[in-house]
Design a protein around this ligand. Structure first.
Ligand SMILES: Nc1nc2c(c(=O)[nH]1)N[C@H]1C(S)=C(S)[C@@H](COP(=O)(O)O)O[C@H]1N2
Ligand SMILES: [Mo]
Length: 300
């Protein structure tokens, strides 16, 4: 079958889960590490849909893994509604399937056992739980199949105690990887702030950096190529004078979506959440170059 190759991030919906109610861990690896970016090769889902002649009434597809967890998820196609017939609130749900692929190679080699050998589904831009490894079945349906993994897990508890069942797309997110608790500053002088930004809606348009706890923002430089639904590296020239400084990064994607502050996110979603936490991260750089994880709350 014709092959397709693309670079995409995969972010677990539980990335950041520990910190909805406050700081828990002193490491970017633990606050943002459930995320990666690879070159994937496989066959586009649309190629297979054409081959098998999927009927136009299909508004969802269902994918199932062959491992012990037997992971099962429903993925929306154009016109998808939830099981009660309500439209989804997801960003551009009609587009999600277009980039989906059945993958057999990652970074130029066969998929490794841990990553789903022999084949996995990859749904770019969507919570990585939908990218089902050890893929053994696809079914085309006209409703979500309301599987265990899309009800018991990966749904979002809202402020009023109700649950939003589907939040498929990973909204814009970013993190400063240097300096960070994992990589403190060893001496004064010129220091390049570095990090990663990504969005499940498409390309990153810009990243702004604050070195004063969010009072003022300046644009970072983006490293090319800037690819859709992919990690984008950013850098920012900075001088560490030995003064305490709270550094933050804020990503904006090509749809104009701006990464929220933790206050904005909690305003919208409450703090009962586990999944889909994409708030701006703040690192407190101490005069000795040590870096601490801090939470900046604003008055609303
Ligand atoms: N079959 C199967 N697929 C799976 C899982 C699983 O347990 N079984 N875990 C999912 C979750 S929660 C995530 S975050 C991604 C992780 O993919 P990676 O290990 O390639 O980064 O795979 C997803 N696909
Ligand atoms: Mo995950």
């Amino acid at each position: 079958l014709p092959s397709h190759t693309a670079v995409h991030f995969l972010e677990c919906p539980a990335n950041g889960a520990l910190e909805w109610r406050g700081v828990q861990v002193e490491s970017a690896q633990y606050t943002h590490g459930m995320c990666s970016c690879s070159e994937f090769t496989g066959v586009k889902l649309t190629t297979i849909m054409e081959m098998v002649g999927v009927k136009p009434e299909a508004t969802w597809f269902y994918a199932e893994g062959a491992d012990g967890s037997g992971l099962q998820r429903s993925v929306p196609l154009p016109g998808a509604k939830d099981q009660y017939g309500k439209p989804l609130t997801d960003f551009d749900q009609n587009e999600i399937y277009k980039d989906a692929m059945i993958v057999y190679a990652q970074n130029g080699e066969a998929l490794r056992p841990e990553n789903g050998y022999p084949v996995r589904l990859v749904v770019p831009g969507c919570e990585a739980n939908m990218s089902i490894k050890y893929l053994r079945r696809l079914k085309f349906t006209n409703k979500p199949l309301v599987t265990y993994q899309e009800t018991r897990h990966y749904s979002d508890m809202l402020k009023d105690g109700t649950v939003r069942q589907f939040s498929h797309v990973n909204e814009a997110n970013s993190v400063i990887t240097y300096p960070s608790p994992d990589h403190p500053i060893l001496d004064r002088g010129y220091r390049e702030i570095r990090g990663l930004a990504w969005s499940g809606r498409g390309k990153i348009s810009y990243v702004d950096i604050s070195t004063d706890g969010g009072k003022s923002w300046k644009p970072a430089k983006l490293t090319t190529p800037i690819q859709s639904k992919s990690f984008t590296k950013f850098t920012f020239d900075w001088e560490f004078t030995g003064e305490q400084s709270i550094i933050m990064s804020r990503a904006t994607d090509e749809t104009g979506f701006v990464q929220p502050t933790i206050t904005q996110l909690v305003e919208e979603r409450g703090d009962n959440g586990i999944y889909h936490k994409n708030a701006i991260q703040a690192w407190d750089v101490k005069p000795n170059g040590e870096v601490k994880n801090v939470r900046i709350e604003e008055n609303v």
